[in-house]
Design a binder for this molecule. Sequence first.
Ligand code: FES
Length: 69
Amino acid sequence: NLLDVAKDADIDGVEGACGGTLACSTCHCIFQEEDFERLGLEDIDEDELDMLDLAFGLTDTSRLVCAIE
Ligand code: FES
């Protein structure tokens, strides 16, 4: 998933403390609006939304990247 990609790329601030089980919000990433639309990231399931609500600095183009395949 995208968490592994972000970690492999050493992207700053992406921790993934829960190991990608949607139990933290440390894999929160904010996408550019055009990327968010281009990648079709608008569909977010309930489990992710519940956890995403706890993320610091939540935006309209926020996702928890461990939930993105
Ligand atoms: Fe914990 Fe994504 S790594 S919610």
